[in-house]
Structures are given as C-alpha cells and as structure tokens.
Design a protein. Structure first.
Length: 142
C-alpha cells in the first residue's frame, strides 16, 4: 500500500459508491500533505478556514471511513488524542511518554511476523503493531 494518496482514496470511495464531498477531499489532501502522524484536531485546525462549517466530528468520521477502507491506520498510543498513520507499509513506532511525539521505526516484517504468528497460535491474526515507549531526544536532553 504505502503512503496515503488522495487519488487512491477517491477511487476507493467511488468503487464503494461513496460520494466525494468537499470535506472528504479536504481531509484526503491534508493527509497526503501531512508530515508525521496527525491527530483529527490538527487536521481540523488546518482545514476549518478552507471549508466553511467544517465540524471536528466530520473529520473524525472521515478518518474512521479511511481506516475502515485500510487506507490509514490509527496508532494506539496510550494517552492523548489518536494519531493517524498515513503510511500503511509495515513499520513500528517510537512514542515519547513525555511529549507524545511519534516517530516511525523501520521494522523488517520478515522478522516481526513469525514472532507474531508463533505467539498468536490461538488467534486469527488481522494485523500487528509495534510501539516502543520511552523519551525522545528532545525530552531526554531537557
């Protein structure tokens, strides 16, 4: 899959009979431009002036639709707002317990998935995530 694409999202929505609204297009484009792992609030603050009457709950609804279509993934961090991953290639995350910064962690799936399969013998696997908690370089030095 890889990095989020507005074109791919529009095609997938249309293939499922979903309309392409100004709000959806705005969120798609914001995700495509986003660096890192945005929250719904961060996306909304950048979009509310561009799309009049754009409610935060609409951003949440669109993000859930995108996740249901496996175009983005929520990052299950323990505290704070959900962060959204526009890169669906296999990788993990480093999460700072102090500032909540999230950094991608390159993980070779050929190493990770056999461990998951071995541990999940009594489960039907649908996916896996690796999240490592600690303090980022900014917080550790300050």
């Amino acid at each position: 899959m890889g990095r989020f694409s507005t074109t791919e999202a529009i095609a997938k929505f249309r293939s499922r009979g979903r309309s392409i609204t100004a709000q959806r297009t705005a969120v798609f484009r914001a995700l495509e431009r986003a660096e890192g792992h945005p929250t719904a609030e961060e996306l909304h603050s950048g979009l509310r002036d561009a799309v009049p009457g754009f409610a935060l709950k609409t951003v949440y609804a669109i993000l859930r639709e995108l996740a249901d279509l496996e175009l983005i993934e929520p990052i299950p961090v323990s505290l704070g707002a959900t962060r959204w991953e526009p890169n669906t290639d296999p990788h993990g995350h480093l999460v700072c317990d102090n500032c909540r910064r999230v950094v991608d962690l390159s993980v070779d799936p050929t190493v990770l998935m056999p461990l998951v399969r071995r541990a999940g013998r009594r489960f039907t696997l649908r996916g896996a995530s690796l999240i490592v908690h600690g303090r980022c370089d900014r917080c550790a030095s300050g």
